[in-house]
Design a protein around this ligand. Structure first.
Ligand SMILES: Cc1cc2nc3c(=O)[nH]c(=O)nc-3n(C[C@H](O)[C@H](O)[C@H](O)COP(=O)(O)OP(=O)(O)OC[C@H]3O[C@@H](n4cnc5c(N)ncnc54)[C@H](O)[C@@H]3O)c2cc1C
Length: 628
């Protein structure tokens, strides 16, 4: 659960732009860990198996609500949406959106007392993933409306008046959007230039600026926008304030300058929005001035879960296309699925899709527990599943050969099964960029993962007076004198499971052992690099990937243990769990090796990258290419 307590802290005195950006992001981070986090435990050497096992699956009553709702969605989708046509005409039919409105699709996350369906996170993500398995553009429209659009920040930070005013309209189907990105502001919002100036009488804000790539923006009625308000002065330094506002699209001064088109997601409504002296009431400010970035980041923290569930749905689609084709296509006298090289692809695809299924199930079930902090779990699920899904879709294309590269329309026109793999690949690719790119997700996970160590080490490293340094040292020494030896101590613990066989149970010990090794390694790197550890992105990336994969194994083991209860194919399922864990254990071992050699590897890679950037290698690039 996200902690909605907000605190405003000044930015430290810093002159460089990069430092200022880091300070602003750091200041806007949700800092408290008011509730336990299973994933944070892994990075700190603690394997809290009891927190996730037995797997807390959806209750029968909640599942029934989800099942019934999905049936209604299915009816609308099949009747009113042809995904191929959406891709071609770049439009979701208005009638389809009206029908989705009627069954409550615009109010899935809005509480029932405000006219919404008040679905659990599990049912919301089930619905979105079901829609995405049919038409990604429609799923993105609905998810941008309520995962990141106005309903989510309003739910977390809105006043009762704001909720009463906007929730019923949003639930009834007035589309919403989230406007953060600007032409000069992507991953780093510190350079935001859109301004919101408070009028002299304090009754209005005047908004000026441009927002880029706002999904739903060109047609949304009610939107949330992040803009800079009057800076505050602290210790004679000017401190930038980013604030969040609700605005309505019929406000004078609001313009849609351009509708953007992309490689995939052809049906989404996305554009460049311009604000010219747009005057909005002061009560449209969400929370208070200076809280905007924190609100945006917290919205993204909880909104991110839609991406892993959609990734898992895409993986399942790809598996079903590959299964059919690998069983029927015969080449060189054998079904292609029986050639060893294809079998290897199929087995990895199956194991990875199973992992995405388990990660999504575990992460959304944790999100339904208000006593658990899921910011790391959501980020891990988003990062890992969006990467895996792209790989799986690419593997599916390879298995289908030329037919994987051909459009579904062309396949249909010449009488073949129109599996839309080419479209799925185009639609999926953006998930590695939006709502936090993979690189930024890794940095986010790393920052949260080292939070405990940074929290203890920073006062020691940064304190100026000898007295403060000594005090911080005592605190540091007292913590690490017990923490560190515990990370070396072997654990003799019998983890409780219900159906996992002994081979799979032994994977639990691997997770516990390697979580402690990970914590020791992070600690060792902290000692070695101190404050500069934050610049070691590749080293931290290895640590993040180890933690992410330990989390994925945990998800596979707990959800797998639960699935075994009612499975007709217990041996096969045990083998699937074993295969995923086996493959992932090798990857984890490799990350440890690469982390150890990182300094040497990166020295040479950084040199090559610099040589490339400064043009020293243009001699081979410039040859025989037509520059545009
Ligand atoms: C289809 C689509 C829909 C979108 N919808 C919305 C929306 O509804 N609302 C909204 O506000 N925005 C939206 N966006 C914007 C999206 O969130 C941004 O594209 C994203 O934040 C990345 O910003 P950027 O593209 O400017 O990349 P940049 O930030 O310029 O990054 C370029 C590359 O550099 C990497 N990089 C950047 N900084 C670092 C760093 N510190 N360390 C390592 N690597 C780094 C990035 O990972 C990326 O690979 C949308 C974009 C698209 C394409």
């Amino acid at each position: 659960m996200t902690d909605t307590k907000l605190e405003t802290k000044p930015l430290a005195n810093n002159t460089s732009e990069a430092d200022a950006a880091m300070e602003l992001a750091e200041d806007s981070r949700q800092k408290q860990w008011s509730f336990p986090s299973f994933a944070a435990g892994l990075f700190n050497g603690k394997f809290g198996w009891n927190h996730i096992s037995p797997f807390n699956k959806q209750t029968i009553e909640d599942k029934k609500i989800g099942d019934d709702f999905i049936e209604k969605i299915k009816e609308v989708l099949l009747k009113y949406i042809d995904p191929e046509k959406v891709d071609k005409t770049k439009k979701i039919p208005a009638k389809a959106l009206d029908e989705l409105r009627k069954i409550g699709c615009f109010g899935m996350k809005i509480p029932t007392e405000h006219g919404g369906l008040g679905l659990s996170n599990t049912n919301y993500t089930r619905a979105i993933s079901f829609i995405s398995s049919y038409c990604c553009s429609t799923a993105v429209l609905l998810s941008a409306h309520q995962s990141i659009g106005v309903p989510q920040p309003l739910k977390m930070y809105g006043t009762e008046e704001q909720k009463k005013k906007y929730f019923p309209r949003l639930a009834a189907g007035e589309m919403s959007a989230f406007a953060l990105t600007e032409p000069g502001v992507g991953s780093d919002p510190a350079k935001m230039t859109t301004t919101a100036e408070l009028s002299e009488d304090g009754n209005h804000y005047i908004i000026n600026g441009t927002k880029l790539w706002c999904t739903n923006g060109p047609e949304a009625k009610i939107m949330i926008i992040m803009a800079t308000t009057k800076p505050i002065i602290k210790n004679s330094k000017e401190i930038k304030q980013i604030s969040a506002f609700i605005f309505e699209s019929d406000t004078p001064g609001f313009f849609v300058d351009h509708r953007c088109e992309f490689m995939g997601l052809k049906g989404i409504i996305n554009g460049v929005l311009r604000f010219e002296n747009m005057k909005i009431p002061a009560e449209n400010l969400i929370s208070k001035e200076g809280d905007g970035l924190r609100i945006a980041l917290a919205t993204l923290n909880s909104g991110r879960l839609a991406i892993p569930v959609c990734s898992a749905a895409a993986g399942k689609m790809c598996l079903s296309f590959s299964q059919k084709w690998a069983n029927e296509r015969v080449q060189w006298g054998r079904k292609i699925g029986e050639h060893q090289a294809v079998s290897k692809i199929l087995s990895n695809m199956t194991a990875d899709t199973f992992a995405m299924h388990c990660i999504s199930q575990l992460s959304t079930s944790l999100a339904d527990n208000p006593q658990i902090d899921i910011r790391l779990e959501a980020a891990i699920a988003k990062y890992y599943c969006s990467e895996l899904a792209c790989k799986i879709a690419d593997d599916c294309l390879q298995v289908k050969g030329g037919r994987g590269y051909e459009t579904s329309e062309s396949l249909r026109n010449r009488g073949e099964t129109p599996d839309p793999i080419e479209r799925i690949i185009r639609d999926l690719r953006i998930n590695r960029i939006i709502e936090g790119s993979s690189e930024i997700m890794r940095l986010f996970i790393a920052r949260e993962a080292v939070d405990k160590h940074f929290g203890l080490a920073m006062p020691f490293l940064k304190s100026k007076s000898a007295k403060d340094k000594f005090k911080a040292f005592l605190k540091l020494a007292s913590f690490y004198s017990t923490w560190l030896p515990a990370k070396y101590m072997p654990r003799i613990r019998n983890y409780k499971t219900r159906y996992l066989n002994s081979e799979n149970k032994s994977n639990l010990k691997f997770i516990s052992r390697n979580a402690r090794k990970l914590a020791r390694s992070i600690f060792g790197s902290m000692i070695m690099y101190q404050v500069k550890l934050q610049d070691e992105q590749v080293l931290l990336g290895h640590y993040v990937d180890i933690g992410v994969k330990l989390y994925a194994m945990s998800a596979v083991l707990t959800v797998g243990d639960d699935l075994l209860a009612n499975s007709q194919h217990k041996n096969e399922l045990q083998n699937l769990i074993f295969e995923y864990c086996n493959k992932t254990k090798s990857e984890i071992r490799l990350h440890f090796i690469l982390a150890n050699k990182n300094k040497k590897i990166m020295k040479s890679k950084l040199k090559l990258s610099r040589d490339f950037l400064n043009g020293s290698l243009d001699m081979f690039i410039d040859q025989d290419i037509l520059k545009q």
